[in-house]
Ligand binder design. Structure first.
Ligand SMILES: *Cc1c(COP(=O)(O)O)cnc(C)c1O
Length: 375
């Protein structure tokens, strides 16, 4: 007799049934505060984002694309490739878009029939006032698509109350879940628009309509494809854990992480929060501005040399030289992780010869800010 093979925990599971898949969708609907259909998409969140745009937009559409970070730029490309006229409203990455900017654009272009907006921007650390913008868009009558990948479970997300027609989430940020599946809530208004769009993908991996016809309209009794079982189970566990911890407590942890990071950095000196107003700061990540003459990438490398485990990274693309990103989402929305990030940044600054004598005071300020919110 040879010793039995260890049982591989991820293999030989019973199949994921249609009923179980539907229950996971229902848990996401509850998290999103929506009564609309939720479609669990079998890919990373860019899949439902692209699927939503291609479903709802056609030649002759005029789309308002709100750009407050890198994802908005991606959406603009998809919108144009669908044949839409694109009106762009931007805000500096150091702040949020103002609802009046959206109202002005809608007044100037009454033909706008689709609005794309990002809620929290993990990459640039800002967040947008969706409740107010949603009210403006609803009054105008356009369809509203929201990228809530970085806001779900980090800040309030009231899909129905805010009038969001296409609400896209992923599990990999504040939910501390998997990146390989995602979901989109689709309002009845959005389904009607999609059904009337001859250009909406059909018989395609990008098709929302396929899911409606083959899954939802049949009462969600038979799955159209083999589901991404492991990822779906992980998404369910992530939703269950948020529920067990309490959504309000998870949101408070993220708010506390943002407040603590900002308070700590301000006390530390040399670095400044990239997002100017506290109210515009995303709870998932704090972006910092490196002082003139310092390359943000060198500071990140020095901070990681001090502590390889801290979730501190340089920004992507054009901002890489000036912006440092401190992530505090999911399991990193934690008091000790925030304090470790601040300590590593202080050591990194010292290693580069910059002033950072206030490390102990920064930790104290961060701790006090944390305790003021999440205790
Ligand atoms: C993280 C994130 C996504 C998902 O995209 P990845 O770059 O693949 O992680 C989409 N939108 C926003 C706003 C995000 O923060």
């Amino acid at each position: 007799m040879t010793a039995a093979n260890p049982v591989p925990a991820l293999l030989d599971l019973p199949p994921l049934t249609a009923g179980h898949f539907a229950r996971i969708e229902d848990k996401i609907a509850s998290l999103l505060r929506t009564r609309s259909d939720v479609v669990a998409m079998q890919g990373e969140a860019l899949l439902p984002l692209e699927a939503a745009i291609r479903a709802a937009v056609r030649p002759g559409s005029t789309a308002l694309n709100v750009v407050t970070g890198p994802y908005g730029e991606t959406f603009g490309g998809w919108l144009r490739s669908c044949g839409a006229e694109v009106v762009t409203v931007t805000a500096p990455f150091s702040g949020a878009v103002r609802p009046e900017q959206v109202a002005d654009a809608l007044r100037e272009h009454p033909e706008i029939d689709f609005v794309s907006l990002v809620h929290a921007e993990a990459a640039t650390g800002n967040t947008n006032p969706v409740a107010e913008i949603g009210a403006v868009v609803r009054e105008h009558g356009a369809l509203l698509m929201l990228d809530a990948v970085a806001s779900v479970a980090a800040e309030p997300l009231l899909t129905d109350e805010w009038g969001v027609d296409l609400c896209v989430i992923g599990g990999q940020k504040a939910m501390a879940g998997p990146a390989g599946v995602s979901a989109v809530a689709v309002s009845d208004r959005a389904w009607a628009r999609i059904a009337a769009n001859p250009q909406a993908p059909r018989r395609s991996y990008l098709s929302l309509m396929d899911w409606k016809e083959r899954w939802i309209d049949g009462g969600r009794t038979a799955l159209p494809h083999a589901p991404a079982q492991l990822e779906m189970l992980a998404l369910e566990q992530a939703a269950d854990r948020v529920e067990a911890d309490g959504l309000a407590a998870v949101i408070a942890r993220h708010r506390a992480a943002s407040a603590a990071t900002r308070a700590g950095v301000r006390t530390l000196g040399t670095l400044t929060p990239y997002v100017t107003r506290d109210g515009d700061a995303a709870p998932v990540a704090t972006t910092l501005r490196a002082p003139g003459g310092m390359d943000a990438r060198e500071l990140v490398a020095a901070a990681q040399a001090a502590d390889a485990n801290v979730p501190v990274q340089a920004a992507a693309g054009d901002l890489a030289k000036e912006m440092i990103r401190v992530n505090h989402y999911g399991r990193a929305a934690d008091r000790s992780v925030v304090l470790a990030s601040l300590a590593a940044l202080a050591e990194g600054l010292r290693a580069l010869g910059a002033e950072a004598s206030e490390a102990a005071a920064a930790a104290e300020a961060a701790g006090a800010a944390w305790d003021g919110i999440a205790a």
